[in-house]
Ligand binder design. Structure first.
Ligand code: G3H
Ligand code: ZN
Length: 286
């Protein structure tokens, strides 16, 4: 059934585990994420980024309607989240398109401007019952830019600043920069666990990890134990799907039916989803 992101994150945080949030671009991605979550018997967040909307010729509704229809029929709770929203026009489409939550991304702006824009977005969202996540610090690698030097200190989220930002903006969750970077195709990110501990102590909202594809399993487990309650994953699913399709087509020059390779790619993606939910959604060790 269709669920609300805020409820899934709160339940995960209460159980000291995390809900996995997967980026979807096509209907096959939607189907793969739901199938993978059903195999894991776990709730899941389907997220559509502003970049994915641009890929869909700027239209949110066709993919959103398909995702909502698939979520309603799923055997596990599935929430719809609008990811990395920079445009106010897109933000305003969220409630009508079935999204219970948005990530409003003004992290590229200087602190004061980020705060003013995020507070306005949060006021607007809350008036419509929408759960809102924002980002402070710089999780690099967005929009094809090279990954940030993961150790550049200015890019990391400062705990005291984060506390003021959350209080003054009113957001429901915060994406923190602790060493991960978007669109990594190797799992080599080293997280700043000391900083995560200080952020968790300073904040009373759930924390979100972006760029999780580049984070090794043991680092993900440690991040969840350290207070991350929502884990965003995109690139790892593309690696799974594209790799399987490449392998399938390489040996079959006669293949033409799109279903032949899309089904192989979708199954590979679903397996990646099940595996990753096992890593981040596992109950905490006693
Ligand atoms: O918001 C989406 C995520 O941060 C995904 O990042 O593609 O590097 O896993 P990723
Ligand atoms: Zn992200």
């Amino acid at each position: 059934p269709l669920a609300a992101t805020g409820d899934l994150v709160a339940a995960a945080a209460g159980a000291r585990t995390a809900v996995a949030a997967f980026n979807v671009i096509t209907l096959e991605h939607v189907e793969a994420v739901i199938a993978g979550a059903e195999s894991a018997h776990a709730p899941v967040v389907l997220q559509v980024s502003e970049n994915a909307v641009k890929f869909r010729y700027g239209r949110l509704l066709p993919l959103a309607r398909a995702a909502a229809a698939a979520a309603e029929r799923a055997a596990v709770p599935v929430a719809l989240h609008l990811d990395h929203v920079q445009s106010d026009d897109l933000l305003r489409q969220a409630p009508g398109a079935g999204f219970s939550s948005v990530m409003y991304d003004a992290a590229r702006l200087p602190y004061e401007e980020n705060l003013v824009a995020t507070r306005a977005a949060a006021d607007w969202a809350h008036a419509r019952g929408i759960w809102i996540e924002a980002e402070l610090g710089q999780v690099g690698g967005k929009n094809g830019e090279p990954p940030l030097d993961a150790h550049a200190p200015g890019a990391r989220t400062d705990p005291a600043e984060a506390r003021a930002f959350v209080t003054d903006s009113g957001v429901d969750a915060l994406a923190v920069a602790i060493g991960s970077s978007h669109a990594m195709t190797t799992r080599t990110a080293a997280l700043d666990h000391d900083r995560l501990e200080r952020l968790t102590a300073a904040l009373d909202v759930p924390l979100v990890l972006h760029g999780s594809s580049g984070v090794p399993d043991d680092e993900l487990t440690a991040a969840v134990a350290g207070g991350i309650a929502k884990v965003n994953i995109g690139t790892a699913l593309n690696i799974a799907m594209t790799g399987a399709i490449r392998e399938y087509l390489a040996g079959r020059p006669e293949a033409v039916d799109s279903r032949s390779y899309l089904s192989v790619g979708r199954e590979s993606m679903a397996r990646a989803v099940t595996r990753l939910i096992g890593v981040v959604g596992a109950p905490p060790p006693r």
